[in-house]
Design a protein around this ligand. Structure first.
Ligand SMILES: [Zn+2]
Length: 291
């Protein structure tokens, strides 16, 4: 803005540079603490917990001292970071198995988990880069004030943020359900269903009975029904009973069969190379030996 006799303004579009960064953290107590200590964005621990929750039992399998290696992207203008950093690759060895996750940069929101270099499953997050604002279990209800069972997990995000199917399936319901507000439900085989609630909108061409893939946009974040602000309430039901989405295994089974191994393996090779390149020579050497 120019302040003179007449005020004039000009819009200057920033020209962000995408920077790829790598780091490693040794896990002693929690992933969150380890990342925080290593100066790596601690919010990545939510992405990692969501991805690995159904695969690794962190409390039981981790002995402490495991090394987590991460590659991520951030947009910068000069020294300033624009928006939130995004994970590109994670590698973690637990109990003699090497777990790796690749988040591609193609806007698909689809991530692939590998165990010992082989595709384990394809997984999508219901809302990309969102903050996990409430977990599954008993809690004091934010609107009613009493202690109730929270039957899903909440992701706080701006109204209108795309909501994605987390696994392949068939749309089984689109409509309104009381406190859930506007809802989309997707069935994954006969016993597992995912529910996406408080939506502000649903794509016009989304129809009941339609097949969707992991990562397909099935709605927009909103605050319909009983909600204190825009958020996605995400539920996983197994035989009609709500289960903790962060530890559910069966969704993954539905997603497993859709993995395109050849493309997925070349993405893994690419991500490994980029991680090595960015971690510096000394770390790259030990990583290469292990891989
Ligand atoms: Zn909720």
């Amino acid at each position: 803005m120019v302040f003179g006799e007449q005020l004039s303004t000009q819009v200057v579009a920033p020209d962000p540079e995408i920077v790829t960064l790598a780091g490693e953290a040794v896990i002693d107590s929690s992933i969150f603490a380890a990342l925080d200590e290593a100066g790596i964005p601690a919010r990545f621990s939510v992405d990692l917990a969501q991805m690995l929750g159904g695969t690794v039992d962190f409390r039981r399998e981790m002995a402490g001292g495991e090394t987590l290696r991460l590659l991520w992207r951030e947009a910068r203008v000069g020294e300033d970071r624009i928006g939130q950093p995004e994970l590109a690759f994670a590698a973690l060895e637990v109990g003699g198995s090497l777990y790796e996750i690749v988040w591609p940069d193609d806007g698909s929101g689809q991530a692939t988990i590998y165990v010992d270099g082989e595709v384990l499953r394809v997984f999508a997050q219901p809302v990309e880069g969102a903050r996990l604002s409430s977990v599954f279990g008993r809690r004091t209800h934010p609107v009613f004030g009493n202690v109730r069972m929270h039957t899903g997990v909440d992701f706080a995000a701006a109204r209108g943020t795309p909501v994605q199917s987390t696994a392949p399936g068939r749309v089984s319901f689109i409509g309104w359900r009381g406190g859930y507000g506007r809802v989309v439900e997707i069935s994954h085989g006969s016993d597992t269903m995912t529910r996406y609630a408080h939506l502000s909108a649903v794509p016009e061409d989304l129809a009941q009975g339609q097949r969707v893939a992991a990562g397909d946009v099935i709605g927009r974040v909103g605050a319909t029904g009983t909600a204190t602000g825009p958020n996605l309430h995400y539920e996983v039901l197994v035989d009609g009973r709500p289960t903790d989405p962060l530890t559910d295994d069966r969704l993954a089974e539905a997603a497993e069969s859709e993995a395109d191994d050849t493309a997925a393996l070349s993405r893994l090779a690419e991500a490994r190379a980029l991680l090595n390149e960015n971690l510096g020579s000394e770390i790259a050497k030990t990583t290469t030996e292990r891989l």
